[in-house]
Design a protein around this ligand. Structure first.
Ligand code: UTP
Length: 475
């Protein structure tokens, strides 16, 4: 313990131990263990480069950016249905061969939603209020049945929500999935610092730590041994999605097929941006590499620019759905390849802290900096990256905010619209409003149907067809 304390003092971070002598022996051990996990060399570099550095953010990137190419939907003007058919077959074969794992990043703190609990336990479906985790579990189970192979599911947590997440699955019998196929592991933590780069204390004996961003998923997959486990199980394709998006196709055979046909290390889905200011990152190309430029970094002139057909030129919005090659994750996540490291980004946040007198200060304004890695920063390092178009209404409706855009309400409406589209395509008469939301509140389990065709087949097979009325649940 003494040596950790000494190192911190030598590095100008002695304030972490300011109240050490007033702590019990157990508390001292906890603090020393937290401190020992912090890489002070790395932190020093981040503080001098990001917190104190000029952070060359204003460099004009406009001239070096081009829009990234993407594969349009099969029914788009320049779409290629035969190619999509080929991709579908390829992806289905990989699923039947048991090469695919699902991977959800659920280590975030979900502060905008303001819900007290891991976000995956938040209820989202229109009738039963099934949790996000249950929705994904049923989708994964449905795919496992279709392709005849159990699909392992890896879930990234953080130490802040890990135990609660695991307990939720246990209480709910893993929603019908074989428990040995569901794997939980925690991501790394980074300390919050003040404007001088000094590490903040959350309590006298606890450091202010927060998850290292969804980009931390890659090193967590390696550190936790998950990548080795996948290799032993013959898994080389990892289907990545975020915990907040109930519409996501957790397992999408055509997407997996495109990834394989192109020998891609990292594949991504895009949706055309709804309007120039939409707050999504945009797929671009720079120096012959693909990358995602955050909405806040995309120069206004480019965000507004139109092509000859009148579409936004930089329209390929990133919706955080990817397929990763296992070896690629190992290369980036192990940190062995010096030339392929995810950078950290800085977030200026309000962080409550304990001052040198032992008082807890709750700031009104952002007072601290957190460090996060972003998973899409892996893109420039990937060989043969592929971007495919997807229909927003069938893949993307995140729950981010308590109200307004990307909220439980918008996501519920989007789920209902999808059920209504499937029902109508199956020949069922259904009254909807102008935006496609049905007048009755009903729900379709992914186990009944996870797309229009399978919905229609299950509906057809029903000997007694119920009326689509309020409260109906099709399972
Ligand atoms: P968001 O960027 O929406 O962050 O995460 P968040 O923490 O969930 O929510 P806010 O910003 O505090 O409101 C997008 C996805 O990345 C995961 C989240 O769990 C979510 O699935 N994530 C984010 C992590 O797994 N780890 C992190 O450190 C951050």
């Amino acid at each position: 313990m003494e040596s950790v304390r000494q190192t911190f003092e030598e590095k100008g971070q002695g304030q972490v131990f300011a109240h050490f002598d007033s702590l019990s022996e157990d508390e001292q051990k906890v603090l020393a263990a937290e401190a020992a996990e912090i890489d002070l060399e790395e932190l020093d570099q981040l503080v001098s480069g990001l917190v104190k550095g000029s952070g060359s953010k204003n460099e004009d990137i406009a001239d070096s950016l081009a829009p990234a190419e993407f594969i349009p939907l099969p029914d788009a003007e320049n779409g290629n249905p035969a190619l999509w058919e080929e991709a579908l077959k390829k992806g289905e074969a990989a699923l039947r061969a048991g090469r695919v794992a699902a991977f959800t990043v659920a280590g975030g703190q979900g502060t905008r939603l303001g819900y007290d609990g891991p976000k995956g336990t938040f209820g989202v479906t229109p009738v039963l209020q099934k949790s996000l985790f249950q929705v994904f579990a049923e989708k994964i189970l449905a795919s496992s049945k279709i392709y005849g192979k159990p699909i392992p599911w890896y879930i990234l947590t953080s130490v802040i929500n890990h135990d609660e997440t695991v307990a939720f699955f246990e209480e709910n019998d893993y929603f019908g999935l074989p428990s040995e196929k569901v794997h939980f592991f925690s991501q790394g933590l980074m300390p919050a610092v003040d404007g001088e780069g000094k590490i903040l204390l959350a309590e006298k004996g606890r450091i202010a730590l927060s998850p290292d961003g969804h980009g931390g998923a890659l090193r967590a997959l390696v550190r936790s041994g998950s990548i080795r486990e996948m290799e032993a199980d013959g898994i080389d394709i990892i289907s990545y999605f975020q915990v907040d998006n109930p519409l996501v196709r957790c397992i999408d055979p055509a997407f997996i097929g495109f990834h394989l046909l192109n020998h891609s290390e990292l594949s991504s889905k895009m949706v055309p941006k709804a309007y120039p200011e939409e707050k999504v990152g945009v797929f671009c190309e720079k120096d012959d590499a693909a990358l995602v430029v955050e909405y806040s970094d995309l120069p206004e002139r480019l965000a507004q620019e139109k092509d000859d057909a009148g579409n936004l030129r930089f329209r390929a919005g990133s919706i955080a759905i990817h397929v990763f090659d296992r070896n690629f994750i190992e290369r980036l996540g192990s940190g062995n390849d010096e030339s392929a490291r995810l950078p950290f980004h800085l977030a200026n946040k309000k962080v409550a802290y304990v001052d040198s007198d032992g008082n807890t200060i709750n700031p009104d304004e952002p007072n601290a900096f957190k460090f996060e890695m972003f998973v899409f920063d892996a893109l420039p390092f990937a060989k043969n990256p592929v971007i495919i178009e997807t229909a927003r209404e069938d893949d993307f409706s995140p729950v981010k905010n308590a109200e307004g855009v990307d909220s439980p309400q918008t996501s519920r409406d989007d789920q209902l619209r999808q059920y209504a589209r499937w029902a109508k395509a199956a020949g069922i008469e259904l009254d909807t409003d102008d935006t496609g939301v049905p007048r009755v509140n009903f729900e379709v389990s992914p186990l009944f149907g996870d797309n229009a065709e399978r919905f229609a087949a299950s509906w057809e097979a029903l000997s007694h067809k119920p009326a689509l009325a309020d409260g109906l649940v099709l399972v």
